[in-house]
Design a binder for this molecule. Structure first.
Ligand code: NAP
Length: 276
């Protein structure tokens, strides 16, 4: 039986991936959490950055495929320099790594981007540099050290996941709209928004097949946060006019990458998944 390990199974995306894999009768799945095991009572507590406990866990688990759905915002660099590095030293060429990356590897923000475009970093003192630049570093590390990997780049991930949890952004939207409060989003930040379970389905497919490489995951469509949130407000049955345009004034050197939308043609050629 194939054995799969999901790092970050307590997280928003990881929970959907973990649940989908648990539903497969020919797959044995183990998942990890760090602080909160959420809805699952069978996850292993593991700090991926601790070499001894990581090594103990990994030797016991002996997975055929590893899914990386871990994120730590301001400490993302630690996750790469420690967690990902430990993982890579434990992987054999037979073990596949499915790594979830981000559209923020294109920090220049001049999208749309396809998989052949070079990655770009943010200045080190930028507010988002730790996360964005760590993702670039992680990808470079993986492509240099491994051959059996799939890197899946995603824009903002949204929607209710398999355990009924909404992403933070639409949760905030729904909270405001429910109480008839106005809420503003930027109209100049363009993204490829991807529904959480569409992404999770693609991960599960790639766990089961031998496709490798770098893929942009999501629909063939880009929207600004403002457009996306107005659409969601309408879908939720609220007054979409409560969603307003946010001011675009920014502090110099803290500008958020403008257009990190992704050309997703390549993934549509290898997956059964239809994107919402
Ligand atoms: N959310 C988005 O819009 C978005 C967009 C593009 C790409 N991504 C990528 O998608 C993946 C999943 O993101 P997400 O939004 O689902 O993240 P999330 O909800 O914040 O979950 C992060 C997970 O990482 C675990 N974790 C954090 N630090 C850890 C450590 N030191 N050792 C072990 N586990 C640790 C957390 O465990 P606890 O919860 O138990 O602490 C949690 O399970 C990440 O690779 C992220 O970069 C996300």
């Amino acid at each position: 039986m194939m054995k799969v390990c999901v790092f970050g199974a307590s997280g928003y995306t990881g929970a959907s991936i973990y649940q989908l894999l648990k539903d497969k009768h020919d797959i044995e799945v183990v998942g990890t959490f760090l602080r909160e095991p959420t809805m699952f009572d069978d996850l292993y507590k593991l700090d991926i950055n601790q070499p001894e406990s990581f090594s103990d866990f990994f030797k016991k688990a002996q997975p055929d495929v590893v899914v990386w759905s871990v994120m730590s915002g301001p400490n993302e660099h630690e996750l790469v320099d420690q967690g990902l590095m430990h993982l890579i030293t434990h992987l054999t060429p037979q073990t596949k790594l499915v790594y979830i990356s981000s559209d923020f590897v294109f920090a220049e923000g001049k999208g749309p981007y396809n998989e052949d475009h070079p990655m770009s970093k943010l200045p080190d003192d930028h507010l988002l540099a730790n996360y964005a630049n760590a993702k670039v570093k992680a990808e470079r590390f993986i492509t240099k050290e491994l051959t059996n990997y799939a890197i899946l780049r995603a824009g903002p991930i949204y929607g209710e996941n398999k355990i009924g949890k909404l992403d933070e952004r639409t949760d905030k939207l729904a909270y405001h709209l429910r109480s008839d409060k106005r809420i503003a989003f930027r109209d100049d930040l363009i993204r490829t928004f991807v529904y959480v379970d569409d992404l999770a389905n693609v991960v599960v497919e790639l766990v089961q097949n031998d496709v490798t490489g770098v893929y942009h995951v999501g629909p063939n469509k880009s929207q600004s946060f403002y457009e996306f949130m107005r659409q969601k407000a309408e879908e939720f049955g609220y007054d979409m006019n409560l969603v307003e345009k946010e001011s675009e004034e920014e502090v110099v050197n803290q500008e958020v990458p403008k257009n990190t939308s992704l050309d997703t043609k390549k993934i549509t050629e290898i997956t059964k998944q239809k994107f919402s």
